[in-house]
Structure formats: structure tokens, C-alpha cells
Write a protein that binds this ligand. Structure first.
Ligand SMILES: Cc1cc2nc3c(=O)[nH]c(=O)nc-3n(C[C@H](O)[C@H](O)[C@H](O)COP(=O)(O)O)c2cc1C
Length: 657
């Protein structure tokens, strides 16, 4: 067996657990009007079936006050059947299901304030500026009883325990932090006062649910807010909570509702598994408590090492199990090469905060009934399918169509598949994106896809392609902004950002002047490119007519981008645009404020480049249609959008052809 530590059984809080792989709590938005949808049942069931020993649900509304349409109704006997369905879907695979106890308190990461917020003290949230209603001691005790009753309801439905989310800046975290808790009663002051709420809650749950019944904890590590919780404070909190004897496992998580929110989901901006050394240190406050490793662990080797080097007893995976529910089973059976790996893009987070349901850039089927080791039903008739374009939309369509039995050939203009995503994967922070096209190619090869790379298709060759159906996935081109004369681009005086990156690939020297990036794009790749350009130019200057840069990047990633841009002294000019490049020969560009017309002159300009709205490259469509072919469009050539839209549409087209 591969990864013997990861797949060894254990006992947590008296409950047998078949292996050490744990699904960290993930809000799914698969709950509607407080009811579990089939998609939620499939989602959790698939993670259990796919080899996860311990599955933590998203937060359940355990109290009436905690209710919301997108939370399960743990406070309501009327919801018992729903809860039983979920428990059965997970426990039937010999996996243990735990419900999460959580209240955001004053925290809110969606835009706007949290109207119903409760908290320790009437002080503003560091992200949304919500000021909560400060709970009275009587209300705290009442809430503990209500939460305990909710936990008992979960137990009676067949759940093996609960996890209290006391980190990530939520309510219990707010009570434990000296920054957000300034109370002078029994629930504030020293460590014992600030941890009292959590300790009483655990005692109430234990009294109601007895043993064996797992009570797990997510506790704060470093929350990144000055005057709040650092490692020393975290250790004191852990010690106070451990002394209750009610902690069946714990893990430590970073960040709060503040500028540090992004640190709760670390990613490629920093090292892999960055918190494990600290978690190893914090577990020493009580080594007898089973400890969970968590945070940017995507690879089974990393997980195994976290268990064998004394860091942890369990490995929690959040994002990686969204991407591949069979992560555990594939690792256990030595098929780790077939894992569809998380690329740590955080699109999942965006989809639950800003969208309508959990989705993933690298898994177009999150929550479908047959997600584990999914293979499509074969098509009624085998067709010859030509996929024009080898970006991620085309590659997804290709492997799915081939898995349905079609005879598929991909025609790529460049030598290597991956398209724009491959270029992004070469940039700082983009590295993991290669997992998307690597998986697609692997799956394609398994199903007999033929790849003709370095073979651009033009109008002359298109009509002659041996194909019954064509999938056009030819991508897009950056539009040239009005202030740049078209001949500057054709003559190579100015490159678009992609061209600029390609032109610098083999250059080792560094320019003394600045490069100006005109930014109307506002997606991640532009800022990854800015960081790369810092290696080639003395200064990098971002110029945008919008109110801020990275407007179209989700909050967490935007925070991380700002941290990096400001750390590296990238200059940012907002609400401005150049009107011409007249001064470029003298190394100058004049920026004009889009509201009042005021001018700012940038000197020492060595180069200008632009990241602008993309224009679909769909010219071959008419050619194929004229030839009477069945034509499908996928990705940017349909409409320039996100990675998520590209893989999703590739999948849909692969299913439709
Ligand atoms: C989409 C999404 C939703 C999440 N929802 C919750 C939640 O409701 N409760 C919680 O404690 N953590 C939540 N988390 C945080 C994860 O449980 C986990 O701590 C974090 O993603 C780091 O683990 P990872 O690097 O393996 O993804 C969420 C994370 C994501 C990506």
C-alpha cells in the first residue's frame, strides 16, 4: 500500500476512523432554504467514497438565531431526515461525518456589513467594519445550550461528532482575541476569561452528547491582526482549551476577517504547507491531543510526511478534495498520477462567496452523482472530431469527447499544449496551473486523443480537415488600446503583455528604466506578469483607468496580490490613462486623470505594454460552417472569460459533440 501512515486507521475521541485523510469544512451553497439538496448529498458522499476517513460538513445552523437559507437546520427536528440522509451518505463508506459549529460573529467577507452580527464587544470588524451586538452573559449561556441541543440532534441523525470553527476570525475566535474582546466580565480579560465561551460550549456539547462523540476544534494560529493572536497567544489559548479534557482533535488555522483573510487559504504566493512547522510547535501544548495538519497540502507525499515527521495525526484537505473526491483512493492504490490536482486558484471560494454554488477550475463536475473516477457514457455514434486549439478549453473538450468514444485529433498552433494557461503557469504564482493541462493531456492519451502540435489551422487547411465535427477553441487576442498606433504593434515597438513575456523569455539583461503596463484586464495573470517584469526592468508601473488594480480578482487573491505588489514596490496609478505615446521616444508618457483631466508625466520609460479586454479569435467558424461541418465553440473564442468558464465549457462541448 502506498502512503502507509496516511492510510493507517486511528481512533479519535473513542470513534474508529479508517485513515488519516480528512475533508476540511467547505461552504458549498448546495443547501437551499435550509434543506440539503441532492448535490450536497452527492458531494459529501463522493468524498467519503473516494477515500476520506473523516468528513467535516460546512457550518450547520445549530441555533435558531444562527439560521440562514444556505445553512442546514440543525436546530429543527423537521430537518432530521435531511441530516440522516447526509450521515448515511458518508457513514456507509465507513467514513465519519462531523457537523461544523460556526457563527461568523461580526465577520463578513462578502461586500457589505453583517446586519445580524453578534460579538464580544461593539468594535468594528477589520474587513467589513460591521459593529456587532455584544452578547450578554445570559445570552452566551443560552446559546451554548442551544448549540448543544443542535449537536445532539446531529448525533441522533447518525453524525459521529462536531467540529467547532474557533479560528479563521469567526465568533469564538473574536472572543479569544484581545483585539476584538475588550469585555470586563467573566467572558473577557485574561486567557481563561476569553476562552470561557468556547470552553463552556464544549462542556455543554459533551454533557448533551456524551462519549464517544468527537468534538474537534479549529483554533487560531496567527491571525495577522496587530494586537490580536500571535503564536505565543495561540499556545496559551490551546493550553486553556486542552485543560477541559473535551478536545478530541484540534488543528490550527491562520487569518481573520482583516487584510490577513487570504492567509487562511495559503497558496502559490508563498511556500507549500507553510503552517506545518507552527502546527508542530503548537501541538506541544498538549501532545496527547490528535492534531490535524492543514493548509496548502495538495500532494500525498506532503500529507504522508506531515504524519511521519511528528507534525500531525490527521491531514485536512480543503481545496484538494473539491478538485478530486477520489484523492484518497487514488493515492492509496498508487494512482496518484491520475489525481486531478488542486491548482490553489481559490475560484472555489469565489463561487461560494460571489456565485451560486461551489465550482472548481479543474473539476467541472463538483457535486454530480458519479464524481468518483467519473467516465462519461459513450456516444451513440462515433465521429471524427477535430479540436482546433490546444488551450484548456480545447483539451478538456478533447478528452471528454474521446472518453465518449469519438476519434479525436487536437490541432495546436504552438509546440506545447496549454495555450494562455501555459504562459501563465510560467509566471510567479501561476505554477500550479500546469496541473490543469497535464491532467487533460493524460486523460486524453488514455482515451486515444491524437495531438498535432505546431500545426496551425488556417482557412485554406480548415476545410480539408478529416472531421465530422469541429470544436473551435482558438482563444483570443488582446485588443490594442486607442492611444497606441496600430503600426507600433505590427512593427514591434509595443507588445501586448503576452508578446512582451514571450519576447523576454530568453533575455537575461535588466533594463534600467521602467516598464509601464496599461491594465484594463484586472485578472491574476497581469499581476503575475508584473512580478516577472520586475526581473527585467528596474521599475514596473501599473496604470489603470479603473479605481483600483485587480478589480476582477476575488478578495483573497486580491489581498495577496496587493501584499506582493506593495512589498516589491510596484508603482500603481489609478483613474488615469495615457492619451498618446508621443513622448515615448524621449522616455516619457503623460497620464491623464479620467475624471478631471489632470496630467502626470512618467519619465524613464523603457517600454510600454498592455493587458486589455480580449477579442475572440473565431474567424474559422464561418469557414467550417460553409463546409457544412458541425461546429462547437469553447473557451475564449466563444467569449473571453475565466479559467473556470473555459474548463466548464470544454467539458460541456465534449459532452455535446
Ligand atoms: C470554498 C471554501 C469554503 C470554506 N468554508 C469553510 C467553512 O465554512 N468553515 C471553515 O472552518 N473553513 C472553511 N474553509 C477553509 C477550509 O476548511 C480550509 O481551512 C482552508 O481551505 C485551508 O485548507 P486547504 O489549503 O487544504 O484548502 C473554506 C475553504 C474554501 C476553499
Amino acid at each position: 500500500m502506498s502512503y502507509p501512515a496516511l492510510f493507517s486507521p486511528t481512533v479519535i475521541g473513542g470513534v474508529p476512523v479508517r485513515n488519516r485523510v480528512a475533508h476540511a469544512s467547505i461552504v458549498s451553497r448546495f443547501v437551499r432554504d435550509g434543506r440539503a439538496t441532492d448535490r450536497l448529498v452527492h458531494y459529501l458522499g463522493s468524498r467519503a467514497r473516494g477515500g476520506t476517513g473523516l468528513v467535516i460538513t460546512e457550518p450547520v445552523a445549530m441555533t435558531f438565531a444562527n439560521r440562514s437559507p444556505d445553512r442546514l437546520r440543525g436546530w429543527d427536528d423537521g430537518a432530521l431526515d435531511d441530516l440522516k440522509r447526509l450521515a448515511a451518505a458518508v457513514e456507509r463508506w465507513d467514513s465519519r461525518l462531523l457537523g461544523q459549529v460556526q457563527d461568523p460573529g461580526r465577520g463578513r467577507h462578502a461586500t457589505g456589513r453583517n446586519e445580524y452580527a453578534i460579538g464580544a464587544s461593539p468594535l468594528p470588524d477589520d474587513l467589513s467594519w460591521t459593529v456587532p451586538h455584544a452578547l450578554t452573559p445570559a445570552r452566551i449561556r443560552q446559546l451554548c445550550d442551544e448549540w448543544a441541543a443542535g449537536c445532539l440532534r446531529l448525533k441522533s441523525a447518525g453524525f459521529s461528532g462536531v467540529e467547532i470553527s474557533a479560528g479563521h476570525g469567526h465568533l469564538f475566535h473574536q472572543f479569544m482575541s484581545p483585539w476584538s474582546n475588550r469585555r470586563e466580565d467573566d467572558y473577557g480579560g485574561d486567557i481563561l476569561g476569553r476562552t470561557r465561551f468556547l470552553r463552556e460550549l464544549m462542556a455543554a456539547i459533551r454533557a448533551a452528547c456524551g462519549r464517544p462523540f468527537i468534538i474537534g476544534l479549529k483554533l487560531p494560529g496567527v491571525d495577522g491582526v496587530p494586537g490580536s493572536i500571535d503564536l505565543a497567544e495561540a499556545a496559551q489559548i490551546a493550553a486553556a482549551v486542552a485543560a477541559t479534557g473535551n478536545v478530541d482533535y484540534w488543528t490550527f488555522v491562520w487569518g481573520a476577517h482583516a487584510r490577513s483573510l487570504w492567509t487562511h487559504m495559503p497558496g502559490p504566493a508563498g511556500p507549500r504547507a507553510p503552517y506545518l512547522p507552527h502546527i508542530r510547535e503548537l501541538r506541544q501544548t498538549d501532545p496527547s491531543i490528535p492534531t490535524g495538519a492543514i493548509g496548502y497540502i495538495t500532494d500525498p507525499n506532503e500529507a504522508e510526511r506531515a504524519l511521519t515527521d511528528g507534525t500531525a495525526d490527521l491531514v485536512f484537505l480543503g481545496r484538494p478534495l473539491i478538485t478530486d473526491p477520489a484523492w484518497g483512493e487514488k493515492a492509496r492504490t498508487g494512482r496518484e498520477g491520475q489525481i486531478r490536482y488542486c491548482v490553489s486558484c481559490n475560484t472555489c471560494w469565489r463561487t461560494v462567496v460571489e456565485g451560486t454554488r461551489l465550482e472548481c477550475d479543474n473539476n467541472p463536475r463538483v457535486g454530480e452523482p458519479d464524481e468518483v473516477d467519473w467516465q462519461p457514457v459513450r456516444a451513440a455514434m462515433r465521429k471524427r472530431v477535430a479540436v482546433i486549439g490546444s488551450g484548456i478549453a480545447g483539451l478538456e473538450a478533447a478528452w471528454v469527447a474521446a472518453a465518449r468514444g469519438h476519434d479525436v485529433t487536437v490541432y495546436g498552433a504552438s509546440d506545447e499544449p496549454g495555450g494562455r494557461t501555459r504562459l501563465h503557469a510560467e509566471l510567479p504564482g501561476g505554477e500550479h496551473l500546469s496541473s490543469i493541462y497535464d491532467y487533460q493531456q493524460l486523460a486524453g492519451r488514455q482515451h486515444g486523443v491524437k495531438y498535432r502540435m505546431g500545426a496551425p489551422v488556417d482557412a485554406a487547411t480548415a476545410a480539408a480537415l478529416p472531421a465530422d465535427a469541429v470544436i473551435l477553441a482558438t482563444g483570443s487576442t488582446l485588443s490594442v488600446p486607442a492611444f497606441i498606433p496600430a503600426e507600433y504593434v505590427t512593427e514591434g515597438v509595443v507588445h501586448d503583455l503576452r508578446g512582451m513575456l514571450l519576447s523576454l523569455r530568453n533575455r537575461k539583461t535588466k533594463e534600467t528604466g521602467r516598464v509601464v503596463i496599461f491594465d484594463q484586464d484586472h485578472t491574476e495573470m497581469t499581476y503575475s506578469a508584473a512580478l516577472r517584469l520586475l526581473e527585467r526592468f528596474a521599475r514596473v508601473t501599473l496604470v489603470t483607468p479603473r479605481e483600483r488594480v485587480a478589480s476582477d480578482v476575488l478578495l483573497l487573491n486580491r489581498q495577496s496580490i496587493y501584499q506582493q505588489l506593495y512589498d516589491r514596490r510596484v508603482e500603481i496609478f489609478t483613474c488615469v490613462e495615457p492619451h498618446s505615446l508621443d513622448g515615448l521616444e524621449d522616455g516619457c508618457i503623460t497620464l491623464v486623470n479620467v475624471y478631471n483631466g489632470d496630467a502626470t508625466v512618467l519619465d524613464d520609460v523603457a517600454a510600454v505594454t498592455f493587458a486589455t479586454p480580449r477579442v475572440p479569435d473565431d474567424g474559422l467558424r464561418a469557414v467550417f460552417e460553409a463546409a457544412g461541418k458541425e461546429v462547437h465553440l469553447a473557451g475564449d473564442c466563444y467569449a473571453p472569460r475565466s479559467v473556470l468558464a473555459a474548463t466548464r465549457q470544454g467539458y460541456e462541448v465534449g459532452m455535446a459533440v
